[in-house]
Design a protein around this ligand. Structure first.
Ligand code: UD1
Length: 346
């Protein structure tokens, strides 16, 4: 058995998939989650897939006392993967203080407890949102591209949290950190036992596509067909959530076991390939044989025209590569949606 890892937000979309990959790689996992945007029965799905039930505690990372209780109860925790955060861009504009309080306090509490409980490494979930719209010569965007002013309080919490980690480590804190900047995570576990469960009307593209295909939503709106891209729709780098989860395993191995790992390292985690919104919708129809009722609609405020990642650093240094073909990823998203229907959830 490898080290014990604390996964905050472990019942969420990326957290649950990462817990599966960590367990399959031999790590012991303790999940904490406040269940504000997920369900405790996700732990059952993880157990069904891996045959191992991770420890689960309903704890909010903002609650310092409860959080410290977790480190006391599980003294073998050596690494943390910190997913727990509020992540709805629109909501963050309406409730900025809630976003700053939740996303910043959680990280600060964890960082403060790490030296006390001898926790050596933390992987932080960041986002390509920190790059804003990169200039054309900076596409695909590398980790060295300039950070641009955040377009929402949510985006700003990612930027500020990255700086908090940097500042803390530069102050001499005896910890290491790997910051992963994700592009657009999509899909679900091939078993369809875990996946993304959006609250209410989905904001993200793939859940909206699968719900429209299922007839839950009448029509998908493709936001904007007047962008300066080949088919005039936006371009993103869609990364399979299972591939993304595996990147966390590599990052954990590096931060805990590789002496050459620097105190803070930053990696883009994407496919290195941009897909337009239209290509995704057409790709979904082709992969599943299911038609999606869609129409063009005006641009969505705050959307970036095009961004995709240069992932050479993760390929070389982490020894990780996104390997799942897009068609297969889209099929996993559809299987998950079908499974939700069978279980009477959506
Ligand atoms: C969003 C967040 C980003 C976050 C990421 C996590 C914004 C502005 N950014 O990225 O900070 O890290 O989610 O996954 O919200 N689209 C449609 N119709 C829809 C939904 C989406 O055409 O109904 C298009 C969007 O215009 C965009 C693409 O699909 O071009 C992807 O959208 P989405 O899944 O919401 O992700 P992002 O906006 O890229």
């Amino acid at each position: 058995m490898k080290q014990t890892i604390l996964v905050t937000g472990g019942t969420g979309f990326i957290g649950s998939h990462t817990t599966v990959e960590l367990q399959e790689a031999g790590y012991e996992v303790v999940i904490i989650d406040n269940l504000s945007n997920s369900n405790a029965n996700v732990v059952d799905g993880i157990e069904k897939i891996t045959g191992i039930r991770p420890a689960f505690e309903k704890v909010d990372c903002c609650d310092m006392e409860a959080l410290e209780g977790v480190f006391k109860k599980y003294p073998k925790i050596e690494g943390i993967i910190h997913f727990a955060a509020s992540k709805a861009v629109g909501e963050s504009v309406e409730k900025p203080l809630m976003y700053y309080r939740n996303n910043l306090t959680s990280l600060i509490n964890l960082l403060e407890l790490m030296p006390k409980y001898d926790v050596k490494g933390i992987i932080f979930s960041s986002s390509c949102t920190v790059y804003g719209q990169p200039s054309p010569e900076n596409l695909p965007v590398t980790e060295n591209a300039p950070i641009q002013k955040a377009m929402s309080p949510y985006g700003n919490t990612k930027q500020v949290n990255e700086e908090i980690i940097q500042d803390y480590i530069h102050s001499g804190a005896p910890i290491k950190s790997i910051i992963l900047r994700y592009f657009n995570p999509i899909g679900a576990h091939p078993s369809a036992l875990i996946g993304e469960l959006p609250n209410g009307v989905p904001m993200n593209l793939i859940p909206f596509v699968t719900q429209t295909a299922m007839g839950i939503r009448e029509q998908l709106k493709i936001f904007g067909n007047d962008y300066n891209t080949p088919d005039k729709t936006c371009i993103r780098d869609y990364i399979y959530v299972v591939d993304l989860a595996k990147a966390h395993v590599k990052a954990m191995e590096r931060v805990l076991d590789k002496p050459e790992c620097e105190a803070v390292e930053v990696f883009n985690i994407g496919t290195g390939k941009g897909l337009s919104t239209l290509e995704v919708v057409e790709g979904f129809e082709k992969a599943t044989g299911v038609k999606v009722n869609w129409t063009y609609a005006p641009r969505r405020e705050g959307d970036i025209e095009q961004v995709w990642g240069n992932v050479d650093k993760a390929n070389k240094v982490l020894g990780w590569k996104a390997e799942t073909p897009t068609e297969e990823i889209l099929r996993t998203a559809w299987r998950w949606q079908q499974q939700l229907r069978e279980r009477g959830i959506q």
